[in-house]
Design a protein around this ligand. Structure first.
Ligand code: SF4
Length: 450
């Protein structure tokens, strides 16, 4: 069970520079904080990419829809992908009065009998936390009886927002799974990818490059993740936080417990991808490995530049506004700059204070309330492209500027070198698409001469 002290510790992440300097919290729950996603939603998003696990939500069925299948996290798992089906105990009024443990036990037994998963993750939500179901002792008893890991994720929505939920998910994995299995051999350059969700296959854009250099991916949390691998994560030599700062607490605790250092990187754009590879390789302090990495980087950058030539001609001098969340406020901006686009403004509405500090280095205008600011900025700066989530499409239509979806609804990967080509292609297609110029105008047959 996660107690108040742990929640406080997760809220006040001491490794975040702003907490040390400004004595403020990253993610302290404020009224309305969960309107952008509650802690349960964050925990489920962080852990959902484990396709060999059944994710059982102990809640009324209404919670289930909060985060289920909201991201296109891809998996290469050969067995049955357990994520397309949503599992829920469907707590009702009777269970609230008499307790939901019986229903939870029946649900776990049903899943084991009919689905035979590699593990079961059980999510505690607002209602089941308030009625006080003892999920931990039940999970321990059934785990022993059926010999499969049953991980309880204490993530009631009322404790805070999505970022806190990711941290709670990370802590559940650390306390209940990591270190429960030993690998056959320990790789000298083994890494864990933390906070990589493999949305649209982003991870697969750079893992072959790392493997070519000689780096082994021991486990991922949780993009294309496998239970067996995360159980052995304590034998990796380095933790790599991919963009998402929310799991820094997990990495810090792994450093204390298993002496695994961590680095933080971004794989969006040419500069950041090359820097990410150098940072990872540099952590091993191996000259031979670093030399190999430089050869691979050089080769990849040359291939990329050749492929970007036709796109650069179209994108030269184009201006963009970026309205997305979290680390993408700066990482996508960096990628856009790499293909010759001037980024006029970026949204920091859902960014952590640390992300805001980084975003300042890339973009001159930071939008706190993009819904009010972006339309005005499009006019003022004669912006050509708006890159945002689906809801901003209407602003683009109204202002008749090109639009590109860069949120989780996107269908192609923008990760690493090959992803940058996809981004360049999509931006060029949008810029050349006449629909943004003619949409909202009067139809030719409705025009009159007077
Ligand atoms: S966990 Fe709580 S806040 Fe989150 S969806 Fe369920 S009831 Fe709502």
């Amino acid at each position: 069970m996660v107690n108040k002290k742990q929640i406080k510790e997760l809220l006040n992440e001491s490794t975040c520079s702003h907490n040390i300097e400004k004595k403020s919290s990253c993610n302290r729950a404020k009224p309305g904080a969960t309107s952008g996603g509650c802690a349960f939603e964050g925990a489920q998003i962080a852990l959902f990419p484990f396709a060999d696990v059944i994710h059982l939500v102990h809640a009324p069925s209404t919670c289930q829809g909060a985060s289920w299948e909201t991201r296109e996290s891809r998996t290469s798992y050969k067995g049955e992908d357990n994520t397309p089906l949503g599992y829920c105990t469907d707590i009702n009024t009777n269970d609230i009065i008499f307790g939901g443990n019986k229903k939870l036990e029946d649900s776990i037994k049903y899943i084991i009998k009919h689905k035979n998963p590699k593990a079961i993750f059980v999510y505690e939500t607002c209602v089941t936390a308030m009625i006080g179901d003892n999920m931990d002792s039940l999970a321990k008893r059934l785990e022993k009886k059926y010999s499969i890991p049953i991980v309880v994720v204490h993530s009631p929505g009322f404790v805070g927002g999505k970022n806190l939920g990711s941290r709670l998910g990370g802590i559940a994995i650390l306390e209940q799974l990591i270190g429960t299995k030993e690998p056959k051999e320990i790789h000298p350059y083994g890494i864990n990818l933390i906070g990589e969700y493999n949305v649209t296959g982003d991870m697969w854009q750079y893992t072959p490059i790392l493997e070519k250099i000689g780096i082994k991916i021991v486990s991922t949390l949780a993009g294309d993740g496998r239970i067996e691998n995360i159980q052995q994560a304590h034998r990796a030599k380095l933790n790599v936080i991919v963009c998402a700062k929310s799991l820094v607490t997990l990495c810090k605790k792994m450093e204390e417990k298993y002496s695994i250092p961590y680095v933080s990187v971004s794989f969006y754009g040419k500069r950041d991808t090359s820097n990410a590879i150098r940072t990872i390789v540099g952590a091993f302090k191996d000259e031979k490995l670093s030399k190999k990495a430089e050869i691979v980087i050089d080769d990849e950058e040359r291939k990329l530049e050749k492929k970007l030539i036709p796109f650069r001609k179209i994108l030269k001098g184009k201006k963009a506004i970026l309205n997305t969340g979290g680390n993408k406020s700066w990482s996508i901006a960096s990628a856009l700059q790499d293909i010759g686009i001037e980024v006029v403004a970026t949204s920091i509405r859902k960014a952590t204070l640390e992300d805001i500090d980084i975003a300042k280095k890339y973009v001159p205008i930071l939008m706190k309330v993009p819904a009010n600011e972006q339309a005005k900025l499009i006019d003022e700066h004669k912006v050509d492209i708006l890159l945002a989530g689906g809801r901003s499409l209407y602003t683009a239509i109204k202002k008749r500027v090109a639009f590109v979806d860069v949120n989780q609804e996107k269908k192609v990967s923008y990760g690493a070198y090959n992803g940058l080509i996809n981004l360049a292609k999509n931006v060029c297609n949008a810029v050349n698409n006449p629909v943004f110029k003619v949409v909202g105008t009067t139809a030719p047959w409705e025009k009159t001469n007077d």
